[in-house]
Design a protein around this ligand. Structure first.
Ligand code: GTR
Length: 425
């Protein structure tokens, strides 16, 4: 047996009585955070501490990627056999009063079993800068048409599977407060968005309507312990968007960022951990299973999240319900997989469910890997006050208010990216 299989088996046997529980206790008291040791991300399972970036990349990084795949998000298949076709269905050179060129691109995914699926990418490219521009890639929750009131934006296809067509969730512009397109475009960034339901509808019984339908061996009803959940599938989708953008003539493929909010922040981190083309990886209020340390057991916990959203993770993650201390890794090690690229974590003061302090500490404890690359992580274990962004080679801010994406968040991300991507050189 391989080392991971033994580890997983040992964990499963030790937690047979635990389980996912929608009513599991939730801790909001800092005094009740259990004492636990923060694992050194540089220490391998066999106890060896890596001392060079070469060792990190050849030994520890693959070891961590395997653990996150096998025990949390599910293993991303090396080859899916899925073919992707792109078709520009609409191109407007003077969108947003001439600020941008708007392209809408249909992706058709076809599996070896002959089944296919369509998704729609909305891409805004600023008109003022000459040449190639950096791009921010970010899924939306309710369809491209909800991110703006621009009338030409085509409605994303897969929504009716999730909620009835009459639902106000799908109304044009309904989520526009979360999309600071004009600010990004004015600052020279392209923005690419797609509805995450197009890649895989977000409901346990709907996996068969997403990318899994194109995989003949995927058994959505009875997944293997380490088989893909939707976070893994959405992360795969982020990489397929990057494939397209790499070939887009106005986009600088060396300056791609991925940004996600909440469950899509978890997804952005897992995508950014695996796909090195994302040079900046931004987690907005991603919480449990995202940036927040699981072992703090503060706010949402593994028992609650796996009970409420059993399809997000692989089944093996359930074994850590009410048993976070048995995890052979924690989320700071997910963040460390982004180095030497740039990780950014943002919290909101009132979003205790996402454990703002745990999100900050996670980024802080990813520091040793950044240091190995001669880069600067967060200098202090003490989180900053609200509206005091901390921008080093990694970035963090906490703002007032609740679980959301606001223009203030975008402003911080753009400031950070200007420096991280050396936009003004
Ligand atoms: C909540 C979930 C969080 C977060 C959020 C969201 O219900 O408990 O983990 O992901 O959804 O995605 O909006």
């Amino acid at each position: 047996m391989k080392r991971f299989e033994i580890l997983l088996l040992a964990i499963m046997m030790s937690v047979i009585t635990m389980g996912q529980n929608k009513n599991a206790p939730v801790n909001y008291d800092e005094n009740k955070v259990p004492s636990f040791e923060i694992a050194d991300p540089l220490r391998c399972l066999d106890g060896q501490v890596v001392e060079s970036t070469r060792q990190w990349e050849s030994r520890r990084r693959p070891e961590l990627l395997r653990m996150f795949g096998e025990m949390e998000y599910g293993v991303t298949p090396r080859k899916t056999g899925i073919k992707v076709r792109h078709e520009v269905v609409n191109s407007t050179p003077d969108a947003m009063d001439g600020l941008a060129t708007c392209k809408q691109v249909r992706f058709t995914f076809t599996g070896k079993n002959g089944k296919s699926l369509q998704a729609l990418l909305l891409l805004y490219i600023p008109n003022a800068p000459k040449g190639r521009v950096p791009v921010i890639v970010s899924y939306n929750f309710h369809g491209n048409q909800t991110t703006t009131i621009e009338p030409d934006v085509i409605t994303s296809p897969s929504r009716e599977l999730v909620k009835s067509l009459g639902s106000k969730a799908w109304v044009r512009g309904e989520q526009s407060s979360r999309w600071a397109y004009e600010m990004a475009l004015q600052r020279g960034y392209a923005v690419a968005t797609m509805c995450y339901h197009d890649i895989c509808p977000d409901a346990p019984n709907l996996l068969v309507h997403g990318i899994p339908a194109l995989l003949p061996d995927y058994n959505a009803e009875n997944r293997g312990e380490s088989e893909w959940g939707t976070i893994g599938i959405w992360a795969w989708g982020y990489s397929r968007i990057a494939d397209y953008l790499e070939k887009e003539e106005r986009v600088d493929k060396h300056r791609m960022a991925v940004l996600g909010h909440s469950r899509l922040g978890k997804t952005a981190l897992w995508a950014g951990a695996q796909d090195k083309r994302f040079k900046v990886v931004i987690s907005n209020n991603s919480g449990c299973g995202g940036a927040a340390l699981s072992k703090r057991f503060f706010g949402e916990n593994v028992s609650r999240i796996t009970a409420n959203f059993p399809h997000w993770f692989c089944p093996a993650f359930n074994h850590f319900s009410e048993n976070e201390s048995a995890l052979p890794f924690d989320q700071h090690e997910l963040l460390s997989l982004i180095a030497p690229r740039h990780a950014y974590v943002a919290s909101a003061e009132a979003d205790k469910w996402a454990d703002p302090r745990g999100e900050y500490l996670s980024l802080y404890y990813a520091g040793p890997v950044y240091h190995l690359y001669g880069m600067q992580g967060l200098p202090s274990p003490v989180p900053p006050a609200v509206h005091q962004p901390q921008h080093y080679d990694v970035g963090y801010h906490i703002r007032s208010g609740g679980h959301d994406v606001t223009p203030y968040d975008w402003q911080c991300y753009l400031d950070f990216m200007d420096a991280a991507l050396r936009l003004n050189e």
